[in-house]
Write a protein that binds this ligand. Structure first.
Ligand SMILES: Nc1ncnc2c1ncn2[C@@H]1O[C@H](COP(=O)(O)OP(=O)(O)OP(=O)(O)O)[C@@H](O)[C@H]1O
Ligand SMILES: Nc1ncnc2c1ncn2[C@@H]1O[C@H](COP(=O)(O)OP(=O)(O)OP(=O)(O)O)[C@@H](O)[C@H]1O
Ligand SMILES: [Mg+2]
Ligand SMILES: [Mg+2]
Lengths: 253, 253
């Protein structure tokens, strides 16, 4: 059975897409077969692997409408062991269509049932910065939720409310869902960041990953060259950070 | 008649809230009566003025459900000439309820009709990072849309598609809407940022503001102290940047 990971946060720009791509690439580098699923209408994850969302034959939208299986919509990327199910702007309309249909939140879960599980070791869902039907599908299908949290005021303030909403999903549609917090874009030179980190370690001691992802301009540059950090700048702090995350995740879960 | 400004982008973390607060505070400093309207369920703008979203009697949600007028939901902030209509997490549910009701996108526009116009010179709508009913209400009610764009790959890639969607709003529900692009969080030391800025100036010459908002750690810190940048660190590059924006906006529009 594949390990299914959702990367989600209501707060925007916290490194959901960067984490999906980088963690996926590090797991693939360690020999695991990884499937990335882009659930964001902006299709940033799709773009970061050099795929043009406008030219897609099949996307995750077709899978959610039961017009294609996850496997048939997946395609190989430029990275060995790393496949992608792309997204495009059509997901915006789908978000509206799905809402209100009975059991809409179980569509993705049904698609990742054991049949697909044999093909991949890990499946990663990159979510948009909202709590609509697309994110709800990912939270219902996932085994574990990773919430990226930069050490900045707005992201930390949004966290409490967001965790209450996750609790609802846990009770209603996915009782097995566990979650972990990941500090991203951490800048050691920033004294306020250090204070916020101490506060996060105090308030969320049991759910915070030990691994911190440092701020690294190479992570910002790598999508321009359509390469994950493991190929674009494999010796940088960003690449090391995500390698450490991949190891921590697969040993302690 | 008040000038109505929507601050919106589908991309997350581009400084929508920071721009709403800072631009609003600079316009208030210049003697204009400003109303900030928080349309994001995360309520970051509300929090940044020291207001607790959990304790709100009236929010923008009540206004959109026609249970309160904009004026009755507005409250004074700690800044002279700067009022706020707060938000809370209840907006998440409202987003779903409104969708599908005929004419739902005109609710905010009806509320900001001339009657409220006499009380304020400028009304600023801070939007969530999505294109749901809340953002659509702001785009329909606004005279001008300001799209914050950091000079980074994902935000620039998302722009084209976003502008196509804005065109749809322009044709369907608000023909008078004009838009401008604002470069935010600009870091002169970053060579890729300079290249992207040149590209933006080439592709969007007529809509880009001349004013650039520089990266400034004081902008990141100010919400922790519940103060806009004009009070927290009035002499910094961030404060100067937003003052220049306020002047450029009110002289050239
Ligand atoms: N560790 C890091 N160091 C430096 N820059 C980073 C880091 N992580 C992410 N970034 C940059 O920060 C910006 C936001 O990241 P990203 O787009 O991955 O966030 P997101 O949460 O997916 O955004 P959205 O809410 O729009 O989906 C991007 O320009 C990205 O390259
Ligand atoms: N010019 C700047 N210099 C430094 N930091 C900035 C600047 N502008 C914004 N920030 C910081 O960047 C982060 C994102 O900004 P902000 O929350 O305003 O973006 P947003 O677009 O409103 O996000 P969301 O999509 O979640 O609504 C915040 O921590 C903010 O303090
Ligand atoms: Mg993203
Ligand atoms: Mg915001």
């Amino acid at each position: 059975m594949a390990l299914k990971i959702a990367i989600s946060s209501q707060k925007g720009g916290v490194a959901k897409t960067t984490t999906s791509l980088s963690l996926g690439a590090c797991l693939a580098e360690q020999g695991r077969r990884v499937l990335l699923v882009d659930l964001d209408p902006q299709a940033n994850l799709t773009q970061s692997l050099g795929v043009n969302p406008e030219q897609m034959r099949r996307t995750i939208g077709d899978v959610l409408l039961d017009q294609a299986t996850l496997l048939s919509a997946s395609r190989e990327s430029s990275v060995f062991n790393l496949d992608l199910v792309p997204a495009n702007a059509g997901l915006l309309v789908l978000d509206k269509i799905l809402y209100g249909r009975p059991g809409y939140e179980y569509r993705l879960q049904t698609q990742v049932q054991p049949r697909n599980g044999e093909d991949y070791d890990v499946i990663i869902f990159d979510c948009p910065p909202s709590l609509g039907t697309l994110t709800l599908n990912a939270l219902t299908a996932a085994d574990i939720l990773i919430i990226p949290v930069p050490a900045e005021y707005y992201a930390v303030r949004s966290l409490q409310k967001y965790l209450q909403l996750i609790q609802l999903v846990h009770c209603k549609s996915n009782p097995k869902l566990t979650y972990r917090l990941l500090v991203t874009m951490f800048d050691r030179r920033n004294r306020i960041g250090e204070i916020i980190l101490k506060q996060l370690r105090r308030d969320y001691r049991n759910t915070l990953f030990d691994t911190l992802i440092p701020i690294d301009v190479k992570l910002r540059e790598s999508p321009i060259f359509c390469q994950p950090i493991t190929q674009y700048a494999p010796q940088t702090r960003g690449a090391e950070g995500y390698r450490a995350l991949a190891t921590e995740l697969m040993t302690h879960g």
